[in-house]
Design a protein around this ligand. Structure first.
Ligand code: UDP
Length: 553
């Protein structure tokens, strides 16, 4: 492998000379360490020192040039988890002249993306923190293509889901522990360090209790595009899409009716459903469809995705396996089960995912409210929820508590104790939430994905005024349709007009179907009004306001 790296596509002497003469270059995006990604030429890594090295020459560029602020607290986050102090990146500096006294560098010819994986043992973290951010960071920089090399610097082994990371590029990803095999000094001819956080939707509770991120920047569309590409790479075609290839519309409809099925994603070591067989029978009866089970312990990941990608419903205990919801077809339902004393409203990574605009998934949660149906494990090690290491009074308090109070990540013993309970699912109460959920849901299974095209500004807005009497006046506002409307089929086009009397801090909003209107109520003579107009498609797709009109009566 070392040969493949150093000799194949690079002239060693040219590379060495370039490094010696020009040193390292760095240009970054982002104002803060939390939103920064840096691109380097000839960044080196010294395995002996476990440090990245920036070689200064007369022609080196380092932008941003932060001086010692580079250490306050770091140049950038290596993982997609925001501002986590175990995930900071920085480099050491040396003059290029020092190369003379150092081991001969080995050059990496590939364009390389160098991030940290956050928790490669956990499937939710694999997708949310690593795969999606890596996928979209690679989309952001066109030279990070299918030939790019990934180097994971968190220092962990491959982990159980390494095959998934391998789907992101045609080259074998490298782990930190492997870098030393290539030599003492490795230099990346072109590399990117850091990850886009644009696709993450959840914060794990390091500084405030866990919950959806404050400013979510991803929609269902990007998640689904990612899912589609990953499925292609796993050689999976959705059951749905395969059907379209053959058969009449009628046959397709028939098939769909009989092929509807629900999936129970089961866990076989912790957080068990103790009456899984009974649950499956009840679901089949209630939903009038087949119910199949999958588990990470028994199946390959691609075969699980194959099953889920055609399912109408996914049922599972709260847990990382529910990240596979992102492979569900539009219109499907996720039913997430929570153990006793765990409030579903406070643990919403999967609810947030399924509710992203454009995911078109339904979400229902059920919680065990019957203490007699829970099985606790006080004797287990603390990380699996054991509490016997705690003082007796604290153990008693936890056992008596009916709901885990809000808490920070990650070692709250009461939280771990409750989340690792096994549950005997009370079937009648589960069927109740299922029926409730179905009554409130509109079926968008068959409908096309909703349009997301926003209106442009309304054009040529005008106002005309006239004074009627000493205390009556009229204000006529008119405008042209937005430029993009003539190319679109839009179900409903409406206009919103805001009228504000100059100097007042409130305004009157109006929704109108036509392109002009004469206002006479609340319009006073010899007054200046500020008027804003915008277009709205299908009730909720808002366009921008046109430039404000100044209308004097
Ligand atoms: N896991 C599993 N079966 C089990 C328990 C866990 O497949 O019985 C998987 C789980 O999906 C996750 C990893 O093991 O990918 C770690 O599970 P843990 O309970 O620590 O995390 P959680 O599911 O609560 O996120």
């Amino acid at each position: 492998q070392s040969q493949e790296l150093s000799q194949a596509r690079i002239d060693y002497h040219v590379a060495l000379q370039t490094l010696q003469e020009h040193g390292t270059n760095m240009v970054c995006t982002g104002k803060m360490h939390t939103d920064r990604i840096c691109r380097f030429d000839y960044l080196c890594y010294c395995s002996e020192a476990d440090e990245f090295i920036f070689f200064h020459s007369n022609s080196s560029v380092m932008l941003p040039n932060l001086g010692s602020r580079r250490f306050q607290p770091a140049l950038l986050d290596l993982s997609s988890v925001e501002d986590h102090n175990t995930q900071y990146f920085n480099f050491l500096e040396l003059p290029a002249a020092a190369l003379k006294f150092m081991p001969k560098p080995v050059f990496v010819p590939d364009v390389t993306l160098i991030p940290n994986r956050f928790n490669p043992d956990n499937l939710m973290h694999v997708f949310h923190d690593d795969l999606l951010p890596i996928f979209y960071t690679m989309k952001q920089y066109s030279d990070l293509d299918d030939e790019a090399r990934l180097v994971f610097m968190e220092g962990w082994g491959e982990g159980p889901h390494f095959d998934l990371y391998k789907l992101l590029s045609s080259k074998q990803p490298l782990l930190k522990e492997q870098l030393r095999n290539f030599g003492k000094l490795m230099c990346f001819t072109k590399s990117y360090i850091g990850l886009s956080k644009m696709t993450t939707w959840y914060q794990y509770g390091f500084v405030q209790p866990q919950g959806p991120k404050a400013n979510i920047l991803v929609s269902g569309n990007e998640i689904q595009q990612f899912a589609r590409v990953l499925m292609e790479k796993m050689n999976i075609t959705r059951a749905e899409e395969a059907e379209k290839d053959g058969g009449s519309v009628e046959r397709e409809k028939e098939k769909e009716k009989y092929d509807d099925y629900a999936v129970v994603f089961s866990r076989s070591t912790t957080r068990l459903i103790l009456n899984e067989a009974e649950l499956i029978l009840a679901l089949a009866q209630e939903l009038q469809m087949r119910v199949v089970t999958v588990s990470l312990e028994e199946q390959s990941f691609p075969s699980i995705v194959q099953v889920i990608s055609g399912a109408s419903m996914l049922v599972s205990m709260h847990g990382a396996q529910l990240i596979t919801s992102l492979f569900l077809p539009r219109g499907a339902t996720v039913l997430e089960l929570f153990p006793f004393a765990v409030n579903p409203e406070q643990y919403t990574p999967y609810k947030t995912l399924t509710s992203l605009p454009g995911m078109d998934l339904h979400y229902i949660s059920w919680r065990n409210t019957k203490e007699e149906n829970t099985v606790t494990h006080p004797d287990r090690p603390w990380e699996q929820g054991g509490i016997v290491h705690l003082e007796k009074a604290e153990q008693d308090r936890i056992i008596a508590s009916k709901e885990v109070p809000r808490h920070l990540c990650c070692r709250n013993p009461e939280w771990l104790f409750r989340i690792y309970q096994d549950t005997l699912v009370d079937i009648p109460s589960l069927l109740d939430v299922l029926k409730e959920g179905r009554n409130s849901k509109t079926n968008f299974r068959k409908s096309k994905p909703a349009s997301t095209v926003h209106p442009g500004r309304v054009r040529e807005p005008h106002c005309q005024t006239s004074v009627q009497t000493r205390n009556e006046a009229k204000l006529t506002v008119s405008w042209q349709i937005p430029w993009n409307l003539k190319y679109l089929k839009v179900r409903e086009v409406k206009y919103e007009v805001w009228i504000q009397e100059q100097g007042e801090n409130t305004y009157m909003p109006y929704i109108l179907p036509q392109q002009n209107y004469t206002f006479s109520e609340n319009i006073k003579p010899f007054t200046t009004y500020l008027v804003w107009v915008r277009c709205i498609f299908n009730k909720n797709l808002l366009g921008p306001f046109a430039d404000v009109l100044m209308c004097k009566t």
